[in-house]
Design a protein. Structure first.
Length: 157
């Protein structure tokens, strides 16, 4: 079977990227330290620069929230490409922390964050695209976004 590079795998998905988000406070969206790339929490930035907003279980169902989590993954990809140039420089996903702005009693946080995790698995493959992960609920997120995700990646050195 022909192996695809992460860039080729992403291109095959026919997805478009939003602009790489600018910081909404005093922090770096992306930091390289040795062989690791750290991404700060990213939100649901859309291609037109607007944000997906709402509370999961009130303003949207879990399927729409899963798509919002995929959109967060796309914003993260945009940041990676802006800062290090190519998805091919990423060796593997190490850790993903997904936060879901949901009503009290919502219990499907892992399902929602799969929107991002499935994107990463499609790009870097089932071995290198899936790392350790936490998916947790929050009583609110900045700007009333439904999902925020941060991640750590290992780089090819």
């Amino acid at each position: 079977m022909l192996q695809h590079t992460p860039e080729e795998a992403f291109a095959a998905l026919n997805l478009s990227l939003p602009p790489a988000p600018e910081p909404l406070g005093l922090y770096k969206p992306c930091l390289v330290d040795g062989e690791y790339l750290y991404l700060s929490g990213h939100g649901t930035l859309q291609n037109d620069g607007s944000w997906i907003v709402g509370i999961v279980g009130l303003d949207m169902d879990k399927e729409a929230a899963k798509l919002a989590a995929r959109q967060v993954g796309l914003a993260m990809i945009a940041t990676i490409k802006k800062n290090i140039g190519s998805l091919d420089k990423i060796k593997r996903v190490i850790k993903v922390l997904g936060m879901v702005n949901a009503v009290q009693g919502f219990a499907d946080h892992p399902f929602v964050i799969n929107g991002c995790s499935e994107l990463f698995a499609a790009i870097w493959g089932p071995d290198h695209g899936v790392g350790v992960r936490s998916a947790v609920g929050m009583s609110s997120l900045p700007g009333n976004i439904p999902v925020e995700i941060e991640a750590i990646f290992e780089l090819h050195v």
